[in-house]
Design a protein around this ligand. Structure first.
Ligand code: NA7
Length: 550
């Protein structure tokens, strides 16, 4: 047993967050390694980001059969999705199902936020304060807080004075928002806005969309799944898993190895037409060089812009919507259900806040540099303080009280997105520096959780009490993350949240690893094969007051 403060309860591990990563990490540590673990979750139930993102139209943009766990055959056989792209409510049911299937809830503490977590150098453990006033200690701290869970509500002057209702899409009230007959404004046209706008337009009296950056979107072509397909998923689960592990984005489709520039224009257009008709994120997979070569990308970009101009009848709206200033898929590429068609409704207007920015919120609505728009409801679909926001808000401090905020003042610095130098025995599931948001998340969560679990098993088997990322290995990894990004068009989009550019004052650092999931897995495996190269493993801690019963 560890020696702990008398008022602090000791656990083998603390996991923060009860989304998909938190629940699989709990299952792995508890059932595989027999550890005494608790999950702390600020929300009232499991689900993580899916628990809170209940906005109208909320859906997954990964296909349902790729957005599930494959680590357990019994679990795969116990579940069927109903649609190609599941709605938030169905995903929530799935996550509830996983928690119940493995009887995980008794080890989860809900409505409880981690307010602070400090590494205790002398005792080699983590001391954690929770919002219910309790103190805990643990050998390991594992963050499972997701990449997109810290809302980015823009600090627009006058918001407090607004007499109507305002809401951020990621904190949608459980009871819903009654938009019938109301004048609704939506700020933001990222994936979320693009999903919400068609549904809100059907409910609202009038909808005004405030667009800062025009965006590409591919039709999702959502549809119910056939019985045959449901059967295929159950029978071919291992093949599906294998495919996702090999592809760069952990999806169920391979990327065509050809260049967009090596085929005739006729063939290229036929390929794009077929992909447009099929719908979904696989539009990105039509040619190998769309994300590497601007000229190749231009062919896809022009195709989509032409589609927008075809669909949207009003030439002014069509011009604004197709005036896109960045390469296709260099920002997160949305998929939609009738997004551009929505602008043909006569209760939908579009306001260009790139040319005439929002000046302030008034009691009546939104005032731009050009006009005042009276509104009853403002919906902020303005995204997230992605990848680092939730970690930084948790008040984590490592060796000698070093705060994570200070450690990351110039941007996130990790080794493999899994560990941070000076923060021993802390693991960050899908942390910055891992493929994370560039990938379909469940396969990556499985990989990260398995890696962490195997690492802890290795430590226990070998009497190791401490693991810490090496400073040089972390710097080298940051360099590799930059190089991987620079081999693509992604860092060229200066207003991308991949770079942290959507949050004022956030350091501009490309955060996810863009080298591909398959390659990333290989690197992580190689590190293990080389006895955790780039990590320091300690058996005996010099000068430590650590006591063990081993
Ligand atoms: P995104 O992709 O960050 O989109 C946010 C949108 O809100 C985007 O159009 C932004 O314009 C706009 N925005 C952000 N801040 C402002 C301010 N201050 N004023 C006006 N407009 C603003 O977030 P989403 O929630 O759509 O998607 C995030 C991920 O969640 C997505 O990939 C899915 O995986 C789920 P900008 O482009 O910055 O000019």
């Amino acid at each position: 047993m560890k020696v702990t403060q008398p008022n602090a309860r000791h656990l083998d591990a603390i996991i923060v967050g009860a989304g998909l990563s938190g629940i699989y990490q709990l299952l792995s540590l508890r059932d595989k390694l027999g550890m005494n673990v608790k999950v702390f979750e600020a929300g009232e139930g499991v689900g993580g980001t899916w628990h809170h993102n209940r906005y109208p139209g909320a859906r997954c943009d990964s296909e349902s059969h790729s957005y599930m766990f494959y680590f357990s055959q019994a679990l795969v056989q116990s579940w069927e999705w109903s649609e190609r792209y599941p709605q938030q409510s169905e995903i929530q049911r799935y996550i509830d199902h996983v928690a119940d299937f493995f009887k995980l809830r008794p080890d989860m503490v809900f409505n409880t936020r981690v307010n602070a977590a400090a590494y205790d150098d002398a005792a080699n453990l983590w001391r954690v304060q929770t919002s219910d006033g309790q103190s805990w200690s643990a050998d390991y701290l594992i963050t499972a807080v997701g990449c997109l869970s810290s809302a980015n509500v823009p600090a627009i002057e006058g918001l407090d004075s607004f007499k109507g209702q305002w809401v951020h899409t990621s904190a949608w009230p459980k009871e819903g928002v009654d938009m019938r007959g109301k004048r609704v404004g939506v700020v933001g046209t990222g994936s979320t806005g693009i999903q919400a706008i068609p549904v809100i337009a059907e409910q609202a009296g009038h909808l005004t969309v405030f667009q800062r950056t025009a965006n590409y979107s591919i039709p999702a072509r959502n549809a119910p799944l056939s019985e045959d397909f449901k059967q295929y998923v159950k029978e071919k689960a291992q093949d599906i898993r294998q495919l996702m592990n090999e592809t760069p984005n952990a999806h169920c489709f391979r990327i065509d190895p050809r260049s967009a520039l090596e085929v005739s224009e006729e063939e290229r257009l036929a390929v794009y037409e077929a992909a447009w008709a099929k719908g979904g994120l696989q539009f990105r997979a039509t040619f190998a060089d769309l994300l590497r070569d601007k000229q190749a990308n231009d062919t896809a970009a022009e195709f989509i812009k032409a589609k927008i101009r075809q669909v949207v009848k009003d030439p002014e709206k069509a011009a604004l919507l197709s005036d896109i200033d960045h390469p296709f898929a260099a920002k997160r590429p949305p998929i939609d259900s009738h997004y551009f068609e929505t602008y043909n409704r006569n209760n939908v207007s579009l306001v260009d806040i790139r040319s005439h920015p929002i000046e302030r919120i008034t009691p009546q609505g939104i005032k731009t540099a050009k006009a005042q728009y009276d509104l009853d409801i403002i919906v902020f679909a303005t995204g997230f303080d992605a990848m680092t926001g939730s970690l930084l808000r948790m008040n984590i401090s490592g060796r000698q009280g070093l705060s994570l905020k200070d450690a990351w003042a110039a941007g996130p610095r990790t080794y493999l997105g899994l560990q941070i130098p000076k923060f021993p025995n802390l693991f960050t599931i899908t942390g910055p520096g891992s493929p994370s948001v560039l990938c379909n998340l469940p396969p990556q969560i499985e990989q990260h959780v398995n890696w962490i679990t195997d690492c802890i098993a290795y430590m226990r088997d070998n009497g190791i009490q401490q693991i810490e990322a090496d400073e040089q290995a972390s710097d080298d990894w940051v360099q590799q993350v930059n190089e991987a990004a620079n081999a693509t068009l992604l860092p060229q989009v200066l207003h991308s949240w991949y770079l942290g550019a959507n949050v004022p004052g956030k350091p501009r650092v490309f955060m996810p690893y863009a080298g591909g999931f398959g390659r990333y897995r290989g690197i992580c495996d190689e590190v293990v094969a080389n006895r955790y190269r780039g990590f320091h493993l300690h058996c005996q801690l010099a000068g430590s007051s650590l006591q063990t019963d081993k």
